[in-house]
Design a protein around this ligand. Structure first.
Ligand SMILES: [Zn+2]
Length: 91
């Protein structure tokens, strides 16, 4: 697998503070846009990444729903943590 996502923008799209649930809009360097659903407690985790159907999938090139982004949860949470994107999106 040669594809590697590179996050260029990460913004808050919605939240339920009481439940510790957050939704973010994430843009990747190749133009892919995703909704990222996260849970804050006991620590930040990604519960779901869904690609918006604005551009074809960078992995399988389908322009409808696919599961490719599911393979990148670890890579994406790694970049989010390294760049402190949760903190920045919430500040
Ligand atoms: Zn795909």
């Amino acid at each position: 697998m040669s594809y590697r996502p590179n996050i260029v923008n990460f913004t808050l799209a919605g939240s339920n503070e009481k439940e510790g649930l957050y939704e973010f809009k994430m843009s990747l360097a190749d133009g892919t846009e995703c909704r990222v659903f996260s849970q804050r407690n006991p620590e930040w985790t990604l519960t779901n990444i869904s690609r918006l159907l604005t551009t074809p999938c960078p992995v399988c090139h389908k322009d409808f729903i696919c599961k490719c982004m599911d393979q990148f949860h670890e890579e994406i949470i790694g970049q989010i943590n390294a760049k402190q994107l949760f903190e920045k999106a919430l500040s």
